[in-house]
Write a protein that binds this ligand. Structure first.
Ligand code: PHB
Length: 392
């Protein structure tokens, strides 16, 4: 026996992209049902990046999700680029008139989940065996709930917001996939220590990249470049701190504040885009359609930007009966995605070592960093990209 629900939009994936879409559709008077094979608790405890662009913050606040980002997040008016053992501040406010906010993705999820629950959203977590079909006609999503009962959701449109291991992605016929692999990964740690700096420090050193980020007064987030095959369990606290201290060392005497490592993971690292992002009555949003390397923290911001555009197009299709509205979606979304792909690739290659780099490559890289920090035009490009290109 299976139960059937009929709705306007079925959303596969209840992370930030799926929930934000459901929220924006709700504001527009459009019904949706969200399904996800993870539990709420699993999503709340999976650490992701922590930087929101200016317009991501505006979207959360202005659409009535929450203003916790403003009260509990931290406004950052710049970052440090550190190379040759010296830090150079990029002043976002002075150069681009904008800031970004340090506010972990897990908190964005908590806020969105609360908002959808507050507004009576139909959210179904912890399900299994999700299947999508009929995307060229009347799409259906089928799944098994925690009690083993089979359910069916019949919708006018299915949105695949189901992340980098998307099941929806494969349903887009004749799609082109653009890939770039990198010969390294990030070793991410959560540490119990006070903050070492008020803003993020992106570091290029002879031993490789390192990033110093923050979480709270007592817990910090840090990363360093490693081999993609690295086993996190093989790293003692001492070995981790030795890498971080060496990479951050410099003539200015800066020293990281250290403490116990409470979590360690190796993060995958690649660039990926699938185009088009629509096939019939199926559309993709966020990581389901594109992945960026974490340098520059664009992943969540792109996902939020996708669903903002998508909600507008769906609203036009539903309320104005404009059947062609969704035709614009891929082009509108991808124009921003490719800018962000370039930005993330550029930040990555400017700051990481590759094992086959020659001495020429290393000196050229330092020359690039030097020209960036000594040019107002160069620094402004970084400031604009980091704080996020305006939505339109
Ligand atoms: C983080 O705080 O987790 C973070 C910040 C900036 C990045 C990536 C990750 O580029």
């Amino acid at each position: 026996m299976s139960t059937t629900t009929t709705t306007q939009v079925a959303i596969v994936g209840g992370g930030p992209a799926g929930l934000m879409l459901s929220h924006l559709l709700h504001i527009a008077g459009i019904e949706s049902v969200v399904v996800d094979n993870r539990t709420v608790e699993q999503i709340e405890t999976t650490h992701r990046a922590g930087i929101l662009e200016r317009d991501s913050v505006r979207l959360l606040v202005d659409s009535g999700v929450s203003d916790r980002v403003l009260t509990e997040g931290h406004e950052h008016e710049g970052i440090s680029l550190r190379f040759g053992g010296v830090s150079h501040r990029i002043d976002f406010q002075k150069l681009a008139g904008a800031s970004c906010w340090l506010y972990p993705q897990t908190q964005v999820f908590v806020d969105l989940h609360r908002a959808r629950t507050r507004d009576g959203g139909d959210l179904r977590y912890g399900i299994t065996d999700t299947e999508v079909d009929g995307v060229l006609d009347t799409p259906t999503v089928r799944y098994t709930d925690a009690d083993g009962s089979r359910h069916e959701i019949s919708a006018e449109l299915v949105v695949g917001a189901d992340g980098s291991r998307s099941i929806c992605r494969a349903l887009v016929a004749d799609a082109h996939q653009y890939y770039r692999e990198y010969p390294f990964a990030w070793f991410g740690v959560m540490v119990e220590a006070p903050p070492s700096a008020p803003e993020l420090i992106y570091t290029r050193s002879a031993q490789g990249f390192a990033l110093i980020s923050q979480r709270t007064d007592t817990v910090q987030r840090m990363y360093f470049q490693c081999e993609p095959t690295e086993d996190p369990a093989a790293w003692s606290d001492d070995r981790i701190w030795e890498q971080l201290h060496t990479r951050l060392a410099g003539s200015d005497g800066f020293r990281l504040k250290d403490g116990p490592v409470i979590e360690r993971t190796v993060l995958p690292f690649r660039s990926f885009v699938q185009s088009p992002m629509r096939h019939g009555n199926l559309v993709l949003a966020g990581d389901a359609a594109h992945t960026v390397p974490p340098t520059g923290a664009k992943g969540l911001n792109l996902a939020l930007s996708d669903v903002r555009v998508l909600a507008e197009e769906i609203e036009r299709a539903v309320h104005k009966g404009d059947d062609d509205a969704l035709d614009n979606y891929t082009d509108r979304a991808l124009s921003r995605v490719w800018k962000a792909q370039h930005f993330s690739y550029w930040m990555t290659t400017m700051l990481h070592n590759s094992s086959d780099a020659s001495q020429f490559d290393e000196q050229r890289q330092l020359g690039e960093l030097q020209s960036l920090v000594s040019s107002e035009a160069g620094s402004t490009y970084l400031a604009e990209g980091y704080t996020g290109w305006p939505h339109h």
